[in-house]
Design a protein around this ligand. Structure first.
Ligand code: SAM
Length: 237
């Protein structure tokens, strides 16, 4: 059973149809603005959670028909929720653990979305996942990878808000008292791992807007650190 199988119902409640305040008011739009097109594309989403994001992609690009959609997560319960709550009839739903080989042919995708999933896996798992992303992406494909910002994670850690659960897993607080797995990894480490996997990229810090802080005043104690780090990656030539 995956960690999220145990919190799937709660995660779905707090994520809802648009994500929590930060995703709803900032991150979703930021990511959508970095997807140029979807007509004829094959799109893979890793760690899709309750699956709310892909319908937003379709809505943004309404009128464009992708060739293939694959929505994946390691948690069978979340995948079930995704199919029940945000079902896209043409989409494939697959249980995929990014720590293992992906069950897809090489060069079969134009876009891979991975939002807040790689910050939950160890370095060795992330190395494997990046090499699989590299393998299944076509030569001109894009990996849009978002992680909880390392500076935000460090700020939580400094303030004593991370802790190890009884299985030794480091967790951080999230909405409504739930805790999420987190790996402490610097931005430089992410960048080195991306380069080693054969990607070139641009990176962006994404901050909370004042509206987010009004809804989530607890975030103010992190100071002015960005909440998310987005890498828009292409295969290096
Ligand atoms: C913080 S949630 C983010 C979900 C979604 N991307 C979103 O932004 O709402 C992390 C997701 O990654 C999934 N996940 C964690 N470890 C994973 C792994 N090894 N392989 C695939 N999915 C994983 C969890 O089940 C969960 O759905």
């Amino acid at each position: 059973m995956s960690y999220y199988d145990g919190i799937a119902k709660k995660w779905h409640e707090i994520t809802g149809f648009r994500g929590g305040a930060f995703k709803r008011l900032v991150l979703n739009g930021f990511l959508l603005d970095r997807i140029p097109d979807i007509a004829g594309w094959a799109i893979l989403e890793l760690g899709a959670g309750n699956g709310y994001f892909m319908p937003m992609v379709l809505e943004r690009f309404s009128g464009q028909t992708p060739e293939r959609f694959v929505i994946t997560d390691m948690s069978s319960k979340l995948l079930h929720i995704a199919q029940r709550s945000f079902r896209i009839p043409e989409a494939e739903y697959r249980q995929v653990d990014v720590r293992a080989g992906f069950p897809f042919d090489s060069g079969s995708f134009d876009l891979i979305l991975a939002t807040m999933v790689f910050n939950e896996v160890s370095d060795s798992a992330m190395k494997k996942a990046l090499s699989e992303c590299r393998r299944v992406l076509g030569e001109t494909g894009t990996l849009l990878l978002t992680v909880t910002h390392p500076r935000f994670v460090e700020s939580l850690h400094r303030r004593g808000e991370t802790r190890q659960d009884r299985n030794g897993l480091l967790t951080m607080p999230a909405a409504d008292g739930i805790r999420l797995p987190i790996f402490r990894r610097s931005q430089e480490r992410y960048e080195a791992m991306l380069r080693r996997a054969g990607f070139m990229f641009e990176s962006h810090d994404v901050h909370a807007l004042p509206e987010v802080l009004r809804e989530k005043p607890g975030l103010r104690s992190a100071g002015n650190v960005p909440l998310a780090l987005v890498f828009r990656c292409r295969i290096a030539r």
